[in-house]
Design a protein around this ligand. Structure first.
Ligand code: SAH
Length: 246
């Protein structure tokens, strides 16, 4: 009996090797959910805790959200690696550390209203949805907006609402926001986004050159105008649309 079991395991192993060689991105036998869970916990430990992510809730959420389900099968084996990955239309899903860091800096509290510009895969919006009741997210590329909407729905992220449009104009129907996060590089801050921030609200944006590097910048709206903090150097894909015409 034991021998039969060993033989079955050997045959299954052989099928896996062949399937893995023929269809490297599609071998269902080779993908165990367990493997992703382990990789995700390792990512939290080595890439987040080892750096400066200290907020226990951020660590917990990063250890919960299945990042591998936000990217195509082709790149899934790298889902928890320490770098950004391609998504459709030449865009990228940010490095896990950057998602965690931006979430930690934004420091969203229950009940706060959050707007994201640049839905992409929907991953950052999904992460933010653990902190409050509703996250609104705008994506300028129609297919990405549609795919992210479907993905978030299929994965049960009902608190995230995605709209196809130019994030330059914000989402006035849901304003004012406590927090706005821009996940594409901008050469200036779109004035409607400042207008749609609550007093004391914060906006996090990669600000600088849209083709090279930016400074991750936190802007807090104050009665005197705004307070600006430059936090660290980053490299995001460019924000497009009206911002480039201004
Ligand atoms: N936050 C995403 C990654 C963002 S990549 C994630 O978690 O996967 C940047 C995204 O911003 C791209 O999908 C790009 O199409 C989008 N984008 C660029 N300019 C935009 C604009 N003006 N309004 C809304 N989205 C924009």
């Amino acid at each position: 009996m034991k021998e039969l079991g060993n033989r079955c395991a050997a045959i299954l192993g052989f099928i896996c090797i062949i399937a893995g060689c023929l269809f490297p991105a599609r071998c269902a036998f080779c993908e165990s959910p367990d493997q992703y869970d382990k990789a995700r916990q390792k990512m939290v430990l080595n890439q987040l805790k080892e750096r400066d992510i200290t907020d226990p809730k951020v660590l917990d959420v990063m250890g919960t959200v299945k990042r591998h389900l936000f990217i195509s099968r082709r790149y899934r084996s790298q889902a928890y690696a320490d770098h950004p990955l391609p998504i459709a239309e030449g865009q990228t899903i940010s490095q896990p550390y950057i998602v965690a860091l931006m979430t930690q800096i934004l420091d969203v509290k229950p009940g706060e209203r959050v707007l994201e510009i640049g839905t992409g895969s929907g991953y950052q919006a999904a992460v933010l949805s653990y902190f409050t009741d509703q996250v609104w997210s705008i994506e300028i590329r129609k297919d990405l907006a549609r795919d992210a909407t479907e993905r978030l729905k299929a994965l049960g992220y009902e608190k995230v609402e995605v709209k196809h449009g130019d994030g330059y104009f914000g989402w006035p129907e849901h304003a004012p926001f406590d927090a706005i996060i821009v996940t594409a590089a901008a050469n200036h801050v779109a004035p409607p986004l400042i207008d749609q921030l609550k007093m004391g609200g914060r906006l996090l944006i990669p600000l600088g050159s849209t083709t090279y590097y930016q400074s991750l910048t936190k802007i807090t709206k104050t009665p005197q105008g705004k307070e600006v903090e430059h936090l660290l150097g980053v490299a995001f894909v460019p924000m497009v649309g009206k911002i480039l015409k201004e």
